[in-house]
Design a protein around this ligand. Structure first.
Ligand SMILES: [Ca+2]
Ligand SMILES: [Ca+2]
Length: 492
């Protein structure tokens, strides 16, 4: 997984450069012209951006988006010396985001047959029998008390939501939906619909698919979702899109966002690359701003079966046993958004309630867990079982057809926690993000650490120990955090 991510990032870099060089070649100027590059320009925190904007212009750049709330400008320039020339009074730091896109861990979609998606009784969802996840977290019991308020809007920072989907068309807050690709908002409906990925459509269905006698139910069908498209057509999340998305959600009254993606600047050698730090600082400013505006951000833990609490000693200096000291980085290179304080980080469990073989974990990192599916639990890893994954709404990128299907990953567990958060706010309005995060943990059902090495998939084709993991902690532990979120406990 690590190598895969590095590989795809290198590919993104090459693609960006390639496009830029083609453009420069066409212009054939005498003065030095580099690739058309996106920069994040940071004014001092809490300071104004007008001086920085003037410096951008003087350095032959164009401000394409101004986020004065956090003192960040998104600029584009073909000046190869832009970063040097823009530096000066009013500019704290500047960095190009070229090559810093993170690949969305898309996951395969397994569609269900089109038959039997509509029921005669509109109070009964025809595919509910396959939604083991909803039973696990007691969604039917919750719905008898509270199925969600339309005043609660969950921002889905993802690849867009299909607004023509019969299970979602009535569930989307269209006036709060936007694209953030390139760091610039575009509120046209076509701009925030999916183009090359149904990941966001699947996530949205888990949170709020309608109870309408068609397809599935979401956790909070009475609440709304807003599409905030941050994944580009190549499947990458660039930092400028993430900044735009967090600020959009904060300034449009969303109380919860779901972030089923995982950015690991540390893995990208952030410790050796001071150039990158301003980029990650800008993303953190955006997350903190959103929290100050009352947004609870929910994030996936990742699908690498990584011990997120110990990865520094695992990956750095293995021979001399001298671990890197993360504090030296002044928190500039945390995993995003998962490790920013106040963000609810969600691990995944399968249908038995045990940690999914792929779910990353870590004591003090995982806050709660939720169903994400585990296609390998039934066969000890030998062969996948589709129905042990998560069933939700889908959209076929080739045929453009809406449908229903299975996916698995912490991308699927995150929206379960976001959906329960939406129910909790519907039943108990007025909680601050901090109170809501504690409430989710307090109402979760604790899970115990398995003894010794946990190996749910010894027959997996990747090898007998490919998915080993060791849990540490007590009632609150590295596999389950405070436990599995519970919809009924959250509304009763
Ligand atoms: Ca439905
Ligand atoms: Ca957290």
């Amino acid at each position: 997984m690590k190598n895969l991510r590095r590989k795809t990032l290198a590919a993104a870099s090459a693609a960006t450069l390639g496009a830029g060089l083609a453009l420069a070649g066409g212009l054939a100027p005498a003065a030095a012209v580099g690739p058309d590059t996106t920069f994040l320009v940071l004014a001092p925190q809490g300071g104004k951006t007008d001086k920085a904007a003037a410096r951008v212009a003087a350095a032959k750049g164009t401000v394409v988006a101004s986020y004065g709330q956090i003192g960040v400008l998104v600029a584009r320039s073909t000046n190869p010396n832009f970063a040097t020339e823009v530096a000066g009074a009013g500019v704290e730091s500047v960095a190009s985001t070229a090559g810093l896109g993170t690949a969305l861990d898309e996951g395969e979609t397994v569609e269900v047959a089109a038959a039997d998606i509509a029921a005669v009784d509109p109070t009964k969802e025809p595919l509910y029998g396959q939604q083991w996840d909803m039973d696990m977290i007691h969604v039917p019991q919750a719905h008898a008390v509270n199925a969600g308020s339309p005043d609660v809007v969950v921002g889905v920072l993802d690849s867009g939501i299909s607004s023509s989907h019969p299970d979602l068309a009535t569930q989307i807050a269209k006036d709060k939906s936007t694209s953030c690709i390139g760091g610039v908002t575009d509120t046209a409906e076509a701009a925030w619909n999916p183009t090359t990925s149904d990941h966001g459509t699947h996530v949205a269905g888990t949170i709020a698919a309608a109870v309408n006698g068609v397809g599935v139910t979401g956790i909070a069908p009475g609440a709304k979702v807003a599409a905030v498209k941050v994944v580009d057509n190549d499947g990458y999340i660039y930092p400028e899109a993430a900044v735009c998305g967090f600020l959009w959600a904060a300034d449009h009254g969303m109380q919860v966002t779901n972030n089923s993606y995982y950015i690991d600047p540390w893995e990208l050698n952030c410790r050796n690359d001071a150039r990158q730090r301003p980029v990650w600082q800008a993303v953190q400013r955006a997350i903190r701003y959103s929290q100050s505006k009352g947004v609870l951000n929910v994030a996936s833990a990742g699908n690498s079966n990584y011990d997120l609490a110990h990865k520094i000693t695992d990956t750095g200096s293995p021979n001399n046993g001298k671990p890197e000291n993360r504090e030296d980085l002044t928190n500039a290179c945390l995993d995003l958004p998962a490790e920013v304080p106040g963000v609810v980080t969600v691990g995944a469990v399968g249908p038995t309630g045990q940690k999914s073989y792929y779910s990353s974990y870590g004591q003090g990192v995982i806050d709660v867990t939720a169903p994400g599916g585990d296609s390998r639990i039934r066969t000890q890893g030998a062969t996948p079982t589709t129905t042990d994954q998560i069933l939700s709404t889908t959209w076929d990128k080739n045929t453009k057809a809406n449908g229903w299907g299975y996916k698995q990953g912490t991308s699927m567990s995150g929206p379960h926690a976001a959906g329960v958060a939406a129910l909790a706010l519907s039943a108990h309005p007025g909680m601050t993000p901090g109170q809501l995060a504690s409430f989710l943990e307090r109402t979760a059902v604790a899970g115990s650490c398995p003894q010794g090495v946990y190996n749910p998939a010894p027959l997996h084709p990747d090898g007998p120990h490919a998915w080993d993991a060791t849990c540490s902690g007590g009632a609150r532990n590295g596999f389950y955090g405070a436990g599995i979120v519970d919809a009924y406990n959250a509304v009763k």
